[in-house]
Write a protein that binds this ligand. Structure first.
Ligand code: C2E
Ligand code: CA
Ligand code: CA
Length: 468
């Protein structure tokens, strides 16, 4: 019995020892696993948070990261300590399209490095070619930063496009402690897009805010104004320089607004272009030109003189532009030679292929295509060769530079002979004096348009003056 008792006690002791060890091991395992899970979760949350705040291309902060860091900095300082700056690369899309996406990405990464080294405050990439900066409210220091960045870009020879690279800046003062950083960035982006640039910098001011609200008023009233037909077609004659005969006219829009009074196109076309309303206006004008046919421009012997109609870039890029155009003209039975399609030089700079393909269809259908404001942008000879245009309209700034300036005369005369070699007709805009007419005659420019002959006038006055 004694032996049996001992054996039982020994077994009990062992069993209790074993169960304690088991308990300890299980507790350790549970603790270890829980700790591992918690650490992993924390690590992945931290990684996710970093990813959420990091720009994958530059490895620096993204817009969300900028919002957080900038909010902290602005809240910790008195109002107006900082400026929020929104930047872009001038003609970035052109660079991307011409040199490829990889070159575009390389440029963005380099620019980020330049900003990080040159800027004392915060810097982050917002999207595409846009960066956001938070810098001290010191306009001179900002100007110096802009110049430094431009100089560094110019010196970056390995980026292929030295000399053509520069940045623009929209600036908003962080003076309202109630406003969010997101709204300051949005204001800086707005002023960059639509503000007045001074040396590449546009500042969000009270005057700009007032302009925005008047633009809003214009845009809000536009739909009803189109329906009420408040827009009017004005015509400006185009004249043969040698004979003085009428060769065509340009249709220019005026708005007799019930609410806002009589307006010139410069007061509303930019707002229409920004808001996407422009295509409705452009087609409205085309329709009015068609309705006036053939009374507007009978050229004699059953021919009609062409009326040129302005089409903005957003209109040409819109899906279905060509179909809508052809349908409109056919609906009124107007022959293609009576309509000239006028597109500004700048419209060819981006989405060149889309613009060329749309215009090629119209040209094949018999419409004349004119490049407006030639010389105001970056057109090159090789670009001209590729474009389906028959008419080159010289920008009026050529004559503003002084018709007698030797350089201008040389440039004008070279452009005219070049265009003639390419088989194009040339119309010079902004002809205001007899000296201008004489100069154009000397260098062989066919056609002139300008106040010297007539300002744009309404249809009735035009008929009375030219067709009676
Ligand atoms: P634009 O197409 O370059 O039209 C020529 C502008 O120059 C017209 O201004 C015309 O009045 C002005 N101009 C004509 N001759 C002279 C001159 O001898 N000297 C000076 N200093 N200026 C002259 P307007 O009518 O105010 O039109 C301004 C711009 O608005 C046009 O420039 C065009 O880009 C745009 N626009 C006008 N109507 C339409 C339209 O129906 N659709 C679109 N998309 N844009 C339009
Ligand atoms: Ca024009
Ligand atoms: Ca023009």
């Amino acid at each position: 019995w004694e032996l049996a008792d001992k054996a039982v006690r020994a077994t009990e002791v062992r069993a209790s020892w074993e169960s304690r060890v088991m308990l300890f091991v299980s507790a350790f395992l549970v603790l270890f696993t829980t700790a591992a899970i918690v650490l992993r979760e924390r690590d992945s949350a931290r990684r996710q948070r970093t990813m959420f705040l990091t720009d994958p291309l530059t490895g620096g902060s993204n817009l969300e990261g900028f919002y957080r860091e900038a909010s902290r900095a602005i809240a910790a300082a008195p109002p107006s300590t900082y400026l929020v700056v929104y930047t872009n690369i001038v003609h970035f899309r052109f660079i991307n399209d011409s040199f490829g996406r990889a070159a575009g990405d390389e440029l963005i990464m380099r620019l980020f490095e330049i900003y990080r080294e040159s800027c004392d405050g915060l810097c982050a990439r917002a999207d595409s070619d846009h960066f956001v900066l938070l810098v001290k409210n010191d306009p001179l220091a900002l100007r110096a930063l802009c110049e430094k960045v431009d100089a560094e870009l110019r010196e970056a020879e390995d980026l292929h496009f030295t000399g053509t690279l520069s940045c623009n800046y929209g600036v908003c003062e962080a003076d309202d402690s109630e406003a969010s950083v997101a709204s300051m960035v949005s204001d800086a982006a707005l002023v960059l897009k639509a503000g007045v640039m001074d040396g590449g910098v546009a500042c969000f001011t009270e005057a700009f805010r007032a302009k925005l609200s008047s633009e809003m008023e214009i845009v809000q009233g536009a739909g009803a104004a189109l329906a009420r037909e408040e827009f009017q077609m004005y015509l400006q004659p185009q004249i043969d320089v040698r004979t003085g005969a009428l060769t065509g006219a340009e249709c220019l829009c005026r708005w007799q607004s019930g609410a806002l009074g009589f307006m010139q196109p410069d007061a509303f076309i930019p707002a229409f272009e920004r808001s996407g309303l422009i295509s409705d206006l452009d087609f409205y004008m085309l329709e009015h030109v068609c309705r006036a046919y053939p009374l507007a421009m009978p050229g004699g012997q059953g021919r009609a003189l062409p009326v040129s109609v302005n089409f903005s870039r957003p209109t040409v890029l819109q899906d279905g532009f060509v179909e809508r155009f052809l349908e409109t003209v056919r609906r009124y039975g107007v022959p293609p030679e009576a309509i000239e399609v006028e597109i500004t030089e700048g419209a060819f700079m981006v989405d060149e292929a889309v613009v060329i393909s749309a215009l090629s269809v119209l040209r094949a259908a018999g419409f004349r295509i004119a490049m407006d404001d030639f010389g105001s942008g970056f057109s090159s000879l090789s670009l001209l060769r590729r474009l389906p245009i028959q008419v080159l309209k010289l920008d009026k700034e050529f004559l503003r530079e002084g018709a007698e300036a030797d350089r201008t005369k040389l440039i004008l005369s070279d452009i005219v002979s070049m265009a003639k070699h390419l088989g194009m007709r040339i119309v010079c805009e902004g002809v205001e004096t007899a000296e201008h007419v004489e100069l154009l005659g000397r260098i062989g420019c066919d056609t002139a348009q300008g106040f010297y002959y007539s300002r744009p006038i309404d249809l009735d006055s035009f008929r009375r003056k030219y067709l009676a």
